[in-house]
Ligand binder design. Structure first.
Ligand SMILES: Cc1cc2nc3c(=O)[nH]c(=O)nc-3n(C[C@H](O)[C@H](O)[C@H](O)COP(=O)(O)O)c2cc1C
Length: 201
């Protein structure tokens, strides 16, 4: 980029330049209280593997529940679910059932105790592998032990139909974040090309 188009930002504005996913993490406490919270610091670790990484501030019921049970579900909400997502972002006492607060219907999970959330596009049931403590936050490495998607929007041949399913994402801004969703540029390539392999591999 030429010098005259350069704009220097503060390092902590990085969340204004990196588009992020918006997921809902569902957990239960030891006592069985259901919790749901929006999360953007969540990433599959290296494409062919089955681990995920989430970052959590220390003061989160989600983190407390994950520590108590070792389990969580990553639910992928659709555009249109913003209101429920923002209700779940409110700070409720740990004894509040956040499914009830946000009007979310639970769907039984196959391999973990926390339920998933109906109306989402996909559900990744996870078990904790490792917690990495930092001064102000923790990183949790989870393993996906069961994964399901709504077959109206997902096929093995074509993957997620994101134009139809509208997975929710966000971009940070100076005064807050806005919800966005992916659209196609019309271009793409095979996984082999990501690794710099020859077209015949
Ligand atoms: C779009 C969005 C993304 C968020 N991402 C995170 C995140 O990655 N990590 C985190 O600790 N909190 C994140 N939060 C804040 C929590 O969702 C919020 O503090 C919530 O009340 C936590 O609920 P809990 O205490 O029931 O876990 C995010 C909030 C929103 C709206």
């Amino acid at each position: 980029m030429t010098g005259d188009r350069r704009m220097i930002l503060k390092p902590n504005q990085r969340s204004q330049i990196i588009p992020l996913p918006v997921v809902l993490i569902s957990t239960v406490s030891e006592g069985g209280i259901r919790n749901a919270a929006p999360w953007s610091c969540v990433i599959p670790v290296l494409r062919p593997l089955d681990e995920v990484l989430i970052a959590s501030w220390l003061k989160r019921d989600t983190l407390e529940n994950i520590r108590q049970t070792g389990e969580f579900v990553i639910n992928i909400p659709r555009a249109g679910m913003e209101e429920a997502v923002m209700i779940c972002a409110r700070s409720y006492p740990p004894e509040t059932d956040e499914f009830e607060e946000a009007g979310l219907a639970a769907r039984p999970s196959a391999a973990v105790k926390p339920p998933g959330i109906e109306g989402c596009l996909a559900w990744a049931e996870c078990q904790v592998e490792e917690e990495i403590a930092r001064e102000k936050y923790v990183l949790i490495v989870g393993r996906v032990v069961h994964l399901e998607a709504d077959d109206r929007f997902f096929s093995e041949a074509d993957g997620m139909d994101y134009e139809k399913s509208m997975p929710l994402c966000s971009m940070g801004g100076p005064n807050g974040m806005q919800f966005v969703r992916p659209i196609s540029t019309g271009k793409g390539d095979r996984y082999a090309s990501m690794l710099g392999s020859s077209p015949n591999q």
